[in-house]
Design a protein around this ligand. Structure first.
Ligand code: GTP
Ligand code: MG
Length: 652
């Protein structure tokens, strides 16, 4: 069956993660056993392992209504159920964003967030923290009827008064689309639910796949959460067109406002669905194919993308072919090519993200532990040389050497005072840094933006409040960036000094750039602008409610970015300081040991040969550590690589 590609890719990806995680655990256990771990390093490794375990893959299906999103999900992911899982009918079917996933800790069920929650400013993410706000529909997965019944919930609508619909931001008087939902008696039909989460046991979902089915997106009252959170964070987004409608104006609008902004090609695919409409018994296969090719070409032109990014398919025939085991029909549906591209894209983009994160986190940990073992090895070698040089020398020479080591130790201890001074400057600068990017700073910015929005009822005032908000946030990020640069310079100078004066060998400081976070802010601002331009030129009360809901979602997204930034900065600060501390401690210990052993020999408490014998043992030991650690590091680095190969293959 064609899902083989998806299954295989998925299996390979899961295996890659497991393998990586196993190697990191081995490394962690080894550090513990060899007494080379510290609590901070251990915590970072634990976090890394946890992150690899809880890894989710997100794919979103986006389109105007009735293009066949739900049917495609059924055909691609859920066909082995031998039934249509997600409802798919003519006209508007899926009424609320639907998240399809599986958490084995919970029973199969559908959780539904009532549409009434739209009258509050809280976002869907926030509601996820309050299970009692959701309506639960249990599901008996052994009964097709029970599943079908439960699934119908995502299509439920209700009729409310015009006032209510307006209050939920689902009716905008001047919007031409509004009349579509208005009934003869003046009431308005609206979705019953704001969001649905389907917890359903299925092999793909069990492996960590999360599928978002969305209702036709060019609708009034689109959930800001989709725009700011779900879609930008999805690893792949599939945009669906239909061959019977071609590319309509509203398709283009959905494309522009929800997908195009994703940048070049990463994780973005287009399906041209319903090609079975072009199948015509009076035409030859070649004529039909030529017609399909023509449609693909014109879609590519209208969307401004390459033809190779568009996959013509028939979801319906593909599903039928799979259910009935009809290979010929399945082949004709061309589903396999889309599945292949989707799984490549999805897994490659996710794997690249996981690999980059893991590499960034692990790289300096690996380098540091190796540098530490090397420093220890060098120290033992120096000491051995020193003692071997003493063989056959008289007591005076030993005394002389002792004086020299004592002097070294004193010089180093004076150097230590400088190091302590640096530490205190470093803490001051860290405090200064967090005074720019701390969560309370952001909360103040959000509060003042909210206040200026409340004060102004004109579009311009709102716009100004928003652009000031983003300007303010960016200014903070910019000064934080300068602060980081300063810390960097100071640490580099200290590294050089320690190397020059005390021969301490240090690895380079891991770089930290603010660019990523500033870019994300820019992206959010653009997304906001776009929504704003789409919807309003002047503000009525209802529009005002909508605008402020958009702002709250946007603000909660900015808060998320800041939380990540804070965590990253904290980790970076530690990554910069802790290897230096470790090396300084190591050097100090070695000097102490050298002095101690020469002293003992001077006092004739130890014989030289005994001491050399001991050191030889230590040398063998540390060389073993070095060999083992090198092989652990190489193993981890090699385990990271297959993903790169995968990408090269895609690029080719
Ligand atoms: N002929 C044909 N019809 C299809 C195909 N895929 C879907 N359809 C039909 O198109 C209609 C809409 O399909 P849905 O899957 O509900 O579309 P959707 O994009 O999920 O629509 P909304 O949920 O309303 O946003 C249904 O009647 C499907 O049977 C296809 O490949 N060929
Ligand atoms: Mg649907």
């Amino acid at each position: 069956m064609t899902t083989a590609s998806l299954v295989n890719n998925f299996e390979a990806y899961s295996q890659w993660r497991r393998e990586l995680s196993r190697r990191i655990s081995d490394y962690r256990a080894w550090l513990g056993k060899e007494d080379l771990n510290d609590s901070q390093r251990d915590l970072r490794l634990q976090q890394l392992i946890d992150r690899l375990a809880e890894d989710k893959l997100h794919v979103a299906f986006v389109a105007e209504f009735s293009r066949g999103k739900s049917e495609l999900i059924n055909a691609i992911f859920l066909s082995d159920l031998k039934q249509r899982l997600l409802p798919s009918t003519a006209g508007r079917t899926t009424m609320c964003p639907t998240e399809l996933l599986y958490d084995s800790a919970r029973k199969p069920m559908i959780e539904l967030l009532p549409i009434e929650t739209r009258s509050s400013n809280a976002t869907i993410s926030e509601y996820k923290g309050y299970p009692d706000e959701w309506t639960v529909v249990p599901m008996d997965t052994s009964s097709a009827d029970s599943v079908t019944q439960a699934m119908l919930e995502v299509c439920r609508v209700k009729t409310v008064s015009l006032e209510e619909a307006t209050r939920f931001g689902l009716f905008i008087p001047d919007d031409p689309q509004a009349s579509m939902n208005q009934n003869a008696d003046g009431s308005v039909t609206i979705p019953a639910w704001r969001h649905a989460i389907i917890n359903f046991p299925h092999p793909f979902l069990e492996k960590g796949l999360v599928v978002y089915d969305t209702p036709g997106l060019n609708a009034i009252g689109v959930e800001p959460e989709l725009t700011f959170n779900l879609l930008p964070n999805a690893h792949a987004v599939l945009f669906v067109l239909a061959a019977d409608t071609g590319v309509t104006k509203s398709d283009i609008e959905v494309w522009r406002s929800h997908i195009y902004a994703r940048g070049k090609n990463r994780g973005r695919l287009v399906a041209l669905n319903k090609i079975d409409g072009l199948w015509d018994d009076l035409k030859t296969e070649a004529q039909i194919n030529a017609e399909i090719d023509n449609q693909v070409k014109s879609c590519a032109e209208l969307l401004g993308i390459d033809e190779s990014q568009i996959f013509p398919v028939s979801a319906q025939k593909g599903l039928l072919g799979k259910i009935n085991g009809d290979e010929a029909l399945l082949k004709r549906s061309r589903l396999a090519a889309l599945e292949q591209a989707l799984s490549d894209e999805l897994i490659a983009s996710k794997q690249a993200i996981v690999r980059d994160q893991t590499e960034a986190e692990l790289g300096d940990l690996l380098d540091n532990s190796l540098a530490l073992v090397e420093a220890r090895q060098r120290g033992i070698e120096e000491q051995l040389n020193e003692l071997k040089g003493l063989q056959g020398k008289n007591e005076d020479v030993v005394g002389h050497i002792m004086t020299k080591i004592t002097a070294d130790k004193e010089t180093f201890e004076r150097g230590l005072q400088q190091f302590q001074a640096l530490r205190s400057v470093y803490s001051q600068q860290s405090i200064k840094l967090f005074s720019q990017i701390g969560m309370d700073v952001l909360r103040d910015e959000v509060r003042s933006a909210r206040e200026s929005m409340v004060k102004s009822s004109f579009t311009k005032g709102i716009r100004d409040a928003m652009s000031n908000f983003f300007k303010g946030v960016d200014l903070h990020l910019e000064s934080a960036s300068d602060q980081i640069e300063e810390i960097n310079k100071m640490m580099e100078a200290m590294y050089r000094k320690l190397n020059l004066e005390h021969g301490i060998n240090l690895i380079s400081i891991p770089p930290f750039s603010m660019l990523r976070y500033r870019k994300e802010m820019q992206r959010l601002e653009e997304a906001y602008d776009q929504q704003f331009n789409n919807f309003y030129t002047f503000l009525t009360t209802e529009q005002y409610t909508l605008t402020s809901r958009f702002f709250e979602t946007l603000a909660s997204r900015v808060v998320q970015v800041f939380e990540i930034l804070n965590r990253d900065v904290e980790n970076w600060l530690k990554a910069v300081m802790s290897p230096m501390e470790g090396q300084v401690r190591e050097h100090q210990m070695q000097l102490r040991r050298r002095l101690e052993s020469v002293k003992r020999i001077h006092k004739a408490a130890d014989t030289l040969d005994d001491r050399i014998g001991e050191l030889d043992q230590m040398h063998i030991e540390v060389r073993r550590q070095h060999v083992e650690l090198t092989s652990l590091s190489e193993g981890i680095r090699a385990a990271l690589i297959p993903a790169a190969h995968h990408e090269e293959r895609l690029a080719a």
